[in-house]
Design a protein around this ligand. Structure first.
Ligand SMILES: C[S@@+](CC[C@H](N)C(=O)[O-])C[C@H]1O[C@@H](n2cnc3c(N)ncnc32)[C@H](O)[C@@H]1O
Length: 264
């Protein structure tokens, strides 16, 4: 496993969405990788409390579902991409137990520091490795992991097909990944609810915490994100033989479950 590559970042990001999926305010020039890291680094101190407040604690339920659907099992070596402050990686550590290993990868040093502190305090059963790295050029050899998760990361990637291709590359044949993110609900009522939620709850809450710019454009970021069927198509194009998108939380969230065939 090439851990040394973990510090390498790709340049030239053209757009980005932030925390529980909030887009970058519009600017004339596309943000660079440094801009994006900076954005997440600034949010790091309040990231967990905002997540908790804005999802009414429900993100923990959705994350548990993602871990279950990733197929992670005791004794396995598993990966959480775009791990942020480590929620999914910590859940994975409980799932794989003392004989398993968990890697959490993110390019925000500040969020990784939060994750590291949490794992130190949690006395987890499985060894947990936090690595600074790029989801678009994962610092691992091909066919390394038995299962993987990604929570609210895919929508943040500037190159979703490349992110999916990287995930496919590092998973072993037969392995699965569960990718949790926002979802554009079908149906007028759910759509109106999501709009109200974003405009009346998320943006004002972020404003109260001094993060107006960082959270102001969550709506457009969700609008730009591929729908469930589009995600399935992208996953197949990335080389996954099996891809199913499950809308959850009344269609406001979704989990894309992708798997490789069990032969090389
Ligand atoms: C919304 S946060 C999600 C964090 C965590 N998975 C969760 O569910 O709470 C998105 C994360 O993606 C990371 N990220 C975005 N683009 C990335 C990239 N190209 N490589 C690595 N991490 C990236 C950000 O630093 C951030 O921590």
């Amino acid at each position: 496993m090439a851990e040394g590559q973990g510090q390498r970042y790709s340049k030239g990001y053209s757009s980005i969405a932030l925390t529980v999926g909030f887009a970058q305010p519009p600017s004339t020039a596309p943000p660079t990788a440094t801009d994006i890291q900076g954005l997440f680094d600034r949010i790091a101190p309040v990231y967990d409390s905002l997540n908790e407040r804005l999802s009414f604690g429900l993100h923990r339920v959705w994350k548990r579902m993602a871990v279950r659907w990733s197929g992670a099992a005791p004794g396995q070596q598993v990966l959480d991409v775009c791990c942020g402050s480590g929620d999914l990686a910590l859940l994975l550590a409980h799932q794989v137990g003392a004989t398993g290993t968990v890697y959490g990868v993110d390019f925000s040093a500040e969020l990784l520091a939060v994750a590291e502190g949490r794992s130190r305090r949690a006395h987890l059963p499985a060894p947990l490795h936090w690595m600074q790295g790029d989801a678009l050029a994962l610092p691992f050899e091909a066919n390394t992991f038995d299962a993987a998760t990604m929570g609210y990361g895919l929508r943040n990637l500037t190159d979703i097909p490349q992110g999916l291709a990287e995930l496919q590359r590092v998973l072993k044949p037969g392995a699965s990944a569960a990718i949790l993110d926002f979802h554009r609900p079908q149906g007028w009522l759910a759509e109106q609810f999501q709009r109200w939620y974003l405009e009346a709850l998320v943006v004002p809450t972020a404003e109260q915490m001094g993060l107006t710019d960082e959270y102001a454009y969550i709506g457009p970021s969700v609008d730009r994100f591929p729908t469930g069927p589009e995600q399935v198509k992208l996953a197949r194009q990335a080389g996954f033989e099996r891809a199913v998108h499950y809308p959850i939380a009344g269609g406001l969230m979704g989990v894309l479950v992708v798997s490789r065939h069990d032969r090389v």
